[in-house]
Write a protein that binds this ligand. Structure first.
Ligand SMILES: Cc1cc2nc3c(=O)[nH]c(=O)nc-3n(C[C@H](O)[C@H](O)[C@H](O)COP(=O)(O)OP(=O)(O)OC[C@H]3O[C@@H](n4cnc5c(N)ncnc54)[C@H](O)[C@@H]3O)c2cc1C
Length: 393
């Protein structure tokens, strides 16, 4: 019998293999990855400095040990160049591999914003452990760090780097931190605590040029101002890796399109993790991956199982001012309600029926995410609104 082939060795790949092995010890399994296959926790990349960890220290289990524990054939440093969906085989840098089912856990690529200047190539992004190793090497004796992007990842790196004593500037065309997930009143809560660590915020502008300077680099911003830096980190978002799937004729949109069974437009090919668009949604976070992996493992073991997502708040790792957010869809109709604001804010998003469909908790309220999650979907009892500060979005 041809093996189930899993492409990737990130959280999505390893979660589905781990879950599958709980159900079936013997199904033949092959993991193909273009990296080392070592298992690490990607979320730790943006708080590893505070934890005193370098890249080697982030490896939780070496690839060979994962293969022995989970009983799969490991093909590491092996790039998949094409999928032959009709012939049910993948073409790799180490030869062809037939599959019975194929799982795409390919992740996402950092978005690169076009920047002019003779040092434009020096802009780094940190999206995997190899990037992190390079970043840590370059960070030695670099005092001034410029971060392009004040979203979730940019803010986490800003907190981590500033806590470690670096002078950090964050440049973002948006109006406040993490503006894609948080309303203004919540986003602004991060400004002072991170500024107290030394973070210099530059909103409403972007980096146009990065040029070599006598020492380090000189950034020219779209508003005409200039900023010296010793290292430039880009954290402006990720784009699901869809090229292999697209070339194989699978349906793609922003991500590889799959249904609730994680099945693509080809019945033998599945996708999950940062590369996948599940029922129209790309959810590049740990919790959706864990839920998807559990459901997919059952399906691969012979019990067709759709994924059902519970409320999955995202915890932002900014210890200077912790945040938990249950994001609402960009086009959601409703209003934000401020429920408390002392050393942080507690805000609920109410839909047209006045049911809570999302929330943001910052500072002292950040730990209340389980409690808030329990109130989701419940209509607000009459008279229970208190002082409303709803802002139409
Ligand atoms: C800095 C940072 C901090 C984060 N913090 C959080 C957090 O606090 N909470 C949270 O919920 N989420 C967080 N996330 C998001 C979360 O880490 C990701 O959603 C998750 O790790 C993605 O896992 P994945 O397996 O889908 O992708 P990846 O881990 O990117 O794995 C993709 C794999 O596919 C392989 N691959 C790709 N193409 C090929 C090919 N052609 N041939 C062979 N192999 C290939 C790669 O080598 C890699 O092994 C963070 C992300 C980053 C970058």
């Amino acid at each position: 019998m041809d093996p189930i082939v899993v492409i990737g060795s990130g959280l999505a790949a390893y979660s589905v293999i781990r879950e599958l092995r709980k159900l079936d010890r013997d199904l033949p399994l092959t993991l193909v990855t273009r990296d080392s296959g070592d298992y690490y926790s990607k979320p730790m990349l943006s708080n590893a400095l505070a934890q005193g960890k370098d890249a080697a220290g982030l490896v939780l289990t070496p690839a060979a040990e994962m293969a022995a524990q989970l009983h799969f054939t490991l093909c590491s440093q092996c790039e998949v160049s094409a999928i032959d969906a009709l012939g049910k085989r993948v073409l790799t840098s180490q030869g062809e591999l037939p599959y019975s089912s194929l799982v795409l856990a390919l992740g996402a690529d950092p978005i690169r914003i076009p920047v002019q200047g003779d040092a434009a190539d020096a802009v780094l992004s940190v999206n995997d452990i190899a990037d992190y190793a390079r970043f840590r090497e370059l960070l030695v004796s670099k005092a001034r760090i410029a971060i392009m992007g004040g979203g979730l990842i940019g803010c986490e790196f800003a907190n981590d780097l500033a806590s470690a004593g670096h002078a950090v500037s964050v440049i973002d065309p948006g109006p406040w931190p993490i503006a894609s997930l948080m309303p203004e009143q919540a986003g602004r809560q991060l400004l002072a605590p991170l500024a107290a660590l030394g973070v210099d915020w530059r909103f409403g502008t972007s980096v146009s040029r990065v040029d070599h300077a006598a020492s380090g680099y000189l950034l020219t911003l779209a508003d005409g101002s200039q900023l010296p830096a010793d290292l430039v980190l880009s954290a402006v978002g990720l784009r699901p890796r869809i090229t292999l799937a697209q070339a194989a004729g699978l349906a793609v949109n922003r991500g590889i399109k799959v249904d609730a069974y994680l099945r693509s437009s080809d019945p033998a090919i599945f996708a999950l993790g940062d590369c996948a668009e599940i029922d129209g949604k790309v959810q590049p976070f740990v919790l959706p991956i864990m839920h998807a992996a559990r459901a997919l493992a059952k399906t691969l073991a012979g019990e067709e199982t759709p994924v059902v997502f519970p409320a999955m708040p995202v915890v932002v790792k900014t210890p200077a001012h912790p945040v938990a957010v249950l994001p609402v869809a960009r086009d959601a109709v409703g209003s934000w309600q401020l429920r408390a604001n002392s050393d942080g804010v507690k805000m609920a998003f109410l839909d047209a029926e006045r049911c809570m469909t999302g929330f943001v908790l910052t500072g002292r309220y950040a730990a209340e995410r389980s409690e808030m999650s329990k109130q989701l979907g419940l209509p607000l009892p009459a008279g229970a609104e208190g002082p409303l500060h709803g802002a139409k979005v």
